[in-house]
Write a protein that binds this ligand. Structure first.
Ligand code: MGD
Ligand code: MGD
Ligand code: SF4
Ligand code: MO
Length: 797
């Protein structure tokens, strides 16, 4: 370890490290006075220097927080009892119980009856995902309960339905803010949630890049936009289809890219709706993966071999009669013609009615994007949490593909060097039999189940409740608050109570941990060392850095890598866990970059690595998709009876049909994240909580006034599932019938004398009591959480 000493203040030691609270991983300097971690400041000397967010500055409050768990706990009263009867136990006893239960459940019910769970990118747990996965993979369970289906899956993995191979590629690419001329931010608020990108966007704006933001709220980034489309929540799919419509009708698409690198010229059989295959045309061709395009010279179908650019320019739009090998004559049309038909109804005028965005603004925004090429895009929660999420992602991907800016400099760039470390996921231990047992796989073969073995909590609940497809008996949680952070908190809680065994590893006794049999205190990221990288995602530039611990673990809390290695040891898997040597695992991780852990530790501020930068890589090898091209038409989706062209189903109409009517529930509910809190965390940190002492509901100022709701008044927010109480916050930044709140309120803040909130009570503030997992995305399992009908009343009424 190297530290810099400040001459003027010899008692302050400064340690260069990074904040791992969220995935921005901002470089910081920790100030240690007389051995005590007292302050954080940004690391101005770092290659990826950026100003910090308030959560970063609050670092010492995590280390010193009085609510931290400090020793292992064992429940002594049954679940459901008002007092769990927590008993302090030793680490040895706790870990022996965990290993014994994991062993027993595997023996009696199979490893798949034991579920692993962890939080997503809003905690440092994401950095140890490879080790959590390794433990699960070697233990033998394919069931990982995560929130990826309402977080990032569609963008990060679902995009492979359009740009690559499901389960293998990470294909949305990374917006190259440094060179772009136009940025499209869709359902994302980087000023609050993604510091690294926020800085990069601000720099791009300084050099006059254009900005388009699609959000129902006037966020900080929306306020800076050249075009802010204030969309009606839940209608993004319709808007994206409308934008495709404009592209096609006004011939704004990049014709060369579309012809050469999308499957637009491939033929679809009008009788079956499938792609026409060479084997349909020639019975001697057994290869089912050769397709057909129309030769412009003969006007006849010609074979097309995936991944190749044809040496002629196939017809893009046509409908022809084709003679099949079996003598049948059928009509075929090109994918491009099919796409044009599928978006025909999404005229700007129709989309205006659906989304409330003026038709002229939709047209102008498409022009802005294509006239400021290269453009790039990034989307997030605003389009991840609804029943059209996968198809909405497809529609956005298609719109972007039509620009032709994919994998260009200044476009969404594919870093095929990412990440430059050797992560020990242990996927080699996953057998096909094990994979097939994933609980969500039958319902969502192309969703998070089929790609990353993730199961949404509502399907875990169902399996626990019904023992279908098999019983679920055990759960290990690496920092998550499943009950509070997922729809239908009461149901989740009842289901988790039925488990035979639940162990929860966390810093705090959150409402989910309260239901555990064993609770293990983990040391915080300020108290543990890791290998990571402050995030930049630009031009294949990386800084691999040792995250130097800046405080000693609180009480008896332990590094959770140690916990993982100890469980592995007790389960007889130590040989696959570097015989208990965590440093040896780190050395292995660093192998590809030719560094040892020792060398990395000696490099203050990390080691800069420049990966190879290449653009338009598809020109060499095509796309890894089934057709070797960008899949405007998805045969894979057609094969599982889902729409091969993106579609949009009006959620409000679906909900209305199910009896949730707009007369009783005239408002539309959304949630959004605050800069100061990650998900259900941080309410106990005084410097953060003082900025938002209470849960609140943003509501349009004029509308509130007509309802007699004053700023700061207590209002009831009600859906068909119940009501909660919030403080009204009047704003001009929302449409008249849209209201917005935050999930995750449960924790007290004794330093400020501020209360906690009962997550089960209708007098509480838990918005996840108000949405249930009844309306879900058929492909991914995403839940319709944004754009849910609700009503708002003055609490006195
Ligand atoms: N209504 C509504 N619900 C939502 C969302 C929404 O927008 N609206 N957002 C969704 C999204 S995007 C996500 S990702 C999920 C998040 O849902 P969860 O994954 O459940 O995340 P958190 O609620 O933050 O819970 C994380 C827990 O991890 C603990 N923790 C923090 N650091 C560590 C650590 O280093 N080690 C360990 N072991 N534990 C740690 C924290 O104390 C906390 O108890 O919520 C989802 N829920
Ligand atoms: N401070 C902080 N940072 C975080 C987190 C955190 O909890 N707190 N969590 C981390 C995690 S796990 C995640 S997933 C990311 C999430 O990061 P973001 O995606 O930025 O999260 P949100 O603020 O929930 O949602 C983004 C925007 O979606 C808008 N929105 C709501 N409904 C709709 C809709 O129907 N359509 C459109 N177009 N927009 C809509 C909201 O108004 C909001 O501005 O942040 C990460 N970083
Ligand atoms: S943005 Fe995330 S990583 Fe950066 S200082 Fe804030 S919490 Fe830490
Ligand atoms: Mo998330």
């Amino acid at each position: 370890m190297k530290t810099s000493e400040r001459k003027s203040d010899p008692d302050i030691r400064k340690i260069r490290t990074y904040c791992a609270q969220c995935f921005s991983n901002c470089p910081v300097v920790a100030h240690i006075a007389n051995g005590k971690f007292i302050k954080i400041s940004p690391d101005k000397e770092h290659h990826f220097y950026r100003p910090l967010c308030p959560k970063g500055f609050a670092g010492p409050e995590l280390v010193s927080n009085k609510q931290r768990l400090t020793h292992p706990l064992k429940r002594t009263n049954p679940k459901g009892a008002s007092d769990p009867g927590w008993e302090r136990i030793s680490w040895d006893e706790a870990l022996d119980i965990v290993a014994e239960q994991m062993f027993q459940i595997k023996e009696q019910h199979g490893a798949e009856a034991f579920v692993f769970s962890q939080t997503n990118v809003s905690s440092p747990v994401w950095e140890i995902t490879p080790f959590v996965r390794r433990l699960a993979n070697i233990y033998g369970t394919p069931n990982h309960m995560t929130t990826t289906h309402i977080c990032n899956w569609h963008r990060d993995n679902g995009s492979a339905l359009t740009f690559g191979k499901m389960g293998e590629d990470f294909t949305a690419g990374w917006p190259d803010f440094n060179h772009t001329q136009c940025i499209l931010i869709w359902g994302h608020n980087p000023a609050n949630t993604f510091n690294a990108y926020n800085q990069q966007i601000n720099s791009a704006l300084k050099r006059k890049a254009k900005l388009i933001v699609i959000d129902p709220r006037r966020t900080k980034v929306a306020a800076k936009a050249d075009s802010w489309l204030q969309i009606k929540p839940g209608t993004d799919g319709a808007l994206a289809l409308g934008m495709i419509h404009v592209m096609l009708e006004k011939s704004l698409y990049n014709r060369d890219f579309v012809t050469d690198w999308t499957n637009a010229p491939l033929l679809i059989r009008c009788d079956t709706g499938d792609l026409l295959r060479a084997s349909d045309l020639d019975s001697s061709t057994n290869d089912n993966n050769i397709f057909a395009v129309i030769s412009p010279e003969t006007g006849l179908p010609t074979f097309y071999y995936p991944g190749e650019k044809t040496d002629f320019s196939p017809l893009l739009e046509a409908r022809i009669e084709v003679l099949l090998a079996d003598g049948q004559k059928i009509w075929c049309e090109t994918v491009f013609s099919g796409l044009r038909k599928s978006v025909a109804q999404y005229t700007p005028e129709y989309v205006e009615k659906t989304t409330t965005i003026p038709a002229k603004d939709i047209i102008a925004t498409v022009h802005l994007m294509v006239e400021n090429s290269p453009s790039c895009w990034y989307s997030f929660n605003g389009v991840e949490q609804n029943l059209n999420a996968t198809q909405t992602n497809r529609a956005i991907c298609l719109f972007y593909a039509l620009t032709g800016d994919y994998d260009r400099q200044g476009g969404n760039h594919i870093n095929d060097f990412m990440p430059p470390l050797n992560y020990p996921f242990g996927f080699e231990f996953v057998t096909p039999e094990m994979f097939k047992k994933n609980i969500a796989l039958p319902d969502h073969p192309l969703g998070p189940a089929g790609t990353i073995m993730s199961v949404p909590p509502h399907l875990i609940c169902k399996a626990i409740e019904e023992d279908v497809p098999y019983p679920i008996k055990g759960l290990i949680v690496f920092g998550a608050n499943t009950i509070s952070s997922n729809p239908d908190s009461k149901r989740t809680s009842e289901a988790l109570k039925r488990l035979d065994f639940h162990v929860h590893i966390d810093h705090f006794l959150n409402p989910t941990a309260e239901l555990a049999d064993i609770v293990l205190p983990s040391a915080s990221f300020w108290e543990t060392g890791r290998i990571g990288y402050p995030l930049a995602f630009q031009e294949n530039k990386w800084v691999v850095q040792w995250r130097e611990p800046v405080a000693t673990p609180r009480g008896e809390s332990k590094d959770e890598l140690w916990i993982i290695f100890e469980i592995a040891k007790r389960l007889g898997m130590s040989d696959k866990f570097w015989n208990g040597n965590i440093d040896a695992a780190f050395d292995d991780m660093l192998n590809p970059v030719g560094l040892s852990l020792k060398a990395l530790k000696e490099n203050e501020g990390g080691v800069f690595i420049q990966g190879p930068v290449a653009y338009k890589k598809y020109q060499k090898k095509g796309f890894s998709s089934m057709t070797g091209r960008v899949e405007l038409f998805s045969q894979q989706l057609k094969n599982i009876e889902q729409a091969p062209f993106p579609e949009w189903n009006d959620p409000l109409a679906i909900l209305e049909k199910a009896g949730i009517n707009s007369e009783d529930f005239p408002f539309v509910l959304i949630t959004a994240k605050l800069r100061e809190f990650c998900q259900s965390q941080h309410r106990a940190f005084p410097s953060l909580r003082k900025r938002h002492p209470q849960p609140f509901l943003e509501i349009n100022k004029d509308k509130a006034e007509t309802l007699g709701i004053a700023d700061g008044a207590t209002v009831s927010l009600e859906t068909v599932h119940g009501k909660i109480l919030l403080q009204a916050k009047l704003t001009q930044g929302l449409a008249q019938n849209v209201v917005c709140t935050q999930h995750g309120w449960w924790q007290t803040c004794p330093d400020l004398d501020l209360p906690g909130h009962d997550i089960y009570s209708l007098d509480g503030a838990n918005v996840n009591l108000l949405v249930h997992a009844d309306f879900t995305d058929k492909i991914s399992g995403s839940v319709h959480m944004r754009g849910f009908p609700c009503n708002v009343k003055n609490d006195k009424d």
